[in-house]
Design a binder for this molecule. Structure first.
Ligand code: 1GP
Length: 251
């Protein structure tokens, strides 16, 4: 099984580079808009494009991902809300287990349904422990997954989920406040998870400006994800500022 993209993540991080992934929900963009965003993302130094959403109702996922592939050289990594969000045009897929929850459908059910499609299309699966963190409101992923997030004031609980995930063979940990979160993942929680694990830690949800991004990097985040800010009028400018912050870290 190939793991080119995972290896390149590890290589970059081992050289001291932190990474920036830009998330596009295909429900929010036309093909032309998506292509334009990924061109901008590539130009400002993003490292990969994530595609997915908790509840996707578009029927253009296939051609959307193909259009993004044509528009840039960045790896396109699926970030699926369920097993229907697999397309052959992607380079890799975050093979997510919602380990903060206790809903078997998102621990093993969707994974069994998605696995044969991933194998058939030869997409690189990256085993990823997905930990949902309380963020001040009920997010789409919380509602759709019917799971409770980890309380934001309990970094120790998050850290032990991270440790267990690593022992279970996960290759990445994704600390997720949820798209459009009011409050992003607390720095103290990122630090607590980092102190327990050796695998890379992704942080996303509610990061809309460079200062918030810098706080997450300082706390130990290896990979930053932003998505929702692209809906803002100055979304592209915000994306550029965040990319610059990540590229220049540590100062
Ligand atoms: C959501 O972590 C991602 O799954 C990104 O969150 O859309 O709030 O940037 P935002």
């Amino acid at each position: 099984m190939e793991q080119d993209i995972y290896d390149s993540i590890q290589r970059s991080l081992s050289q001291g580079r932190r990474l920036y992934w830009v998330l596009l929900d295909p429900d929010d963009f036309s093909l032309e808009q998506g292509a334009e965003v990924v061109r901008e993302a590539e130009a400002c130094g993003a490292d990969a494009i994530l595609v997915g959403g908790s509840l996707m109702h578009t029927d253009h996922l296939d051609i959307f991902v193909a259009a993004l592939k044509d528009a840039c050289k960045l790896p396109i990594i699926l970030f699926p809300g369920d097993a229907t969000q697999i397309t052959r045009h992607a380079d890799a897929v975050l093979f997510l287990s919602l380990m903060s929850g206790r809903n078997p459908n998102f621990l093993i059910g969707e994974q069994v349904k998605g696995a044969p499609h991933i194998k058939r299309h030869n997409i690189e699966p990256i085993p990823t422990a997905y930990l949902l963190i309380e963020s001040g409101t009920v997010t789409s992923v919380e509602f759709m997954s019917n799971t409770r997030p980890i309380p934001r004031e309990k970094p120790g609980i998050a850290a032990l989920h991270g440790l267990a995930a690593q022992y279970m063979g996960q290759k990445l940990i994704y600390l997720e406040a949820g798209s459009g979160a009011k409050e992003s993942v607390p720095a103290k929680m990122i630090g607590a998870v980092k102190s327990q694990v050796e695998i890379p830690v992704i942080v996303g949800g509610g990061i809309r400006d460079a200062q918030t991004c810098a706080e997450k990097l300082a706390a130990g985040a290896d990979i930053i994800v932003t998505g929702n800010l692209l809906r803002l009028d100055d979304g592209i400018e915000r994306m550029k500022a965040i990319a610059a912050t990540i590229r220049s870290f540590p100062q």
